[in-house]
Design a protein around this ligand. Structure first.
Ligand SMILES: [Zn+2]
Length: 240
């Protein structure tokens, strides 16, 4: 029997959204048969939204890259969860993992090495990792100002159930890896941007099952200005 997977959007904010507008950074929770089991990105404001919507953190956290809107809450959450008995398993592409350990976790280096605070899983690009709940994960590189990797989740039948570009310009190599997914989430901004896809550029990739995250728009603005686009907003859920 095929499992029932669900994704809950925690935020769709861009780089400055959390600090200046109080919009939670782009992130989502993965659940299987109603059980939350993996968080995707833990940027500024996400920790609070996880507590508000779920009341606790899962132990698995995928981090796409070391920008503050994707990893800013990680040091605090890793330390507090460890003290609460929930040792995080942090999953990232190998070099991204090194950057997180060296730079993102630097605020804890005096008191604890990153390895003492969490279990770190570094994956080479394209290598499969058993995420659990019948899904395998593989990372694929995006084009961004900071080293960033999208990923896809495949089930035991070889179906690509979910894919996410994370922060990236339109990259044909990346998009072609991810586009066959049942649910494909693209990062895109309203206006042209040197390090992100924009709404006009992603038009050819839009079809049923494709959604947009990382746009940084409030709910009111998204509905008012872009009613025709599949923009994801905090609290929304998708089945995949
Ligand atoms: Zn970024």
């Amino acid at each position: 029997m095929s499992s029932f997977y669900e994704l809950t959007v925690l935020g769709s904010g861009a780089g400055a959204s959390s600090v200046y507008e109080g919009l939670t950074s782009s992130s989502f929770m993965l659940s299987c048969d109603g059980q939350p089991f993996c968080l995707v990105d833990l940027g500024l404001g996400v920790g609070r939204e996880v507590m508000r919507q779920f009341g606790e953190f899962p132990s698995k956290v995928i981090i796409t890259h070391n920008h503050s809107d994707h990893a800013g809450d990680l040091p605090v959450v890793a330390l507090v969860e460890l003290k609460r008995g929930n040792r995080l398993q942090i999953i990232a592409q190998t070099e991204v993992m090194q950057r997180l350990k060296q730079h993102r976790m630097a605020e804890h280096h005096q008191q604890a090495k990153p390895e003492a605070l969490a279990d770190w899983v570094g994956l080479p690009e394209g290598e499969s990792f058993e995420l659990g709940f019948g899904l395998t994960l593989a990372f694929y590189r995006g084009e961004h100002s900071e080293l960033s990797f999208g990923f896809r989740l495949m089930d035991a039948q070889g179906q690509i159930r979910l894919a996410y570009t994370a922060d990236s310009c339109v990259s044909t190599a990346l998009y072609e890896k991810l586009a066959p997914a049942q649910v494909f989430i693209l990062d895109a901004r309203p206006k042209p941007n040197a390090w992100h896809a924009d709404f006009a550029q992603i038009q050819p990739w839009l079809k049923p099952g494709v959604f947009i995250l990382g746009h940084g728009l409030s709910k009111a603005k998204a509905y008012e200005s872009y009613p025709e686009l599949p923009l994801l907003l905090a609290g929304q859920t998708l089945v995949f």
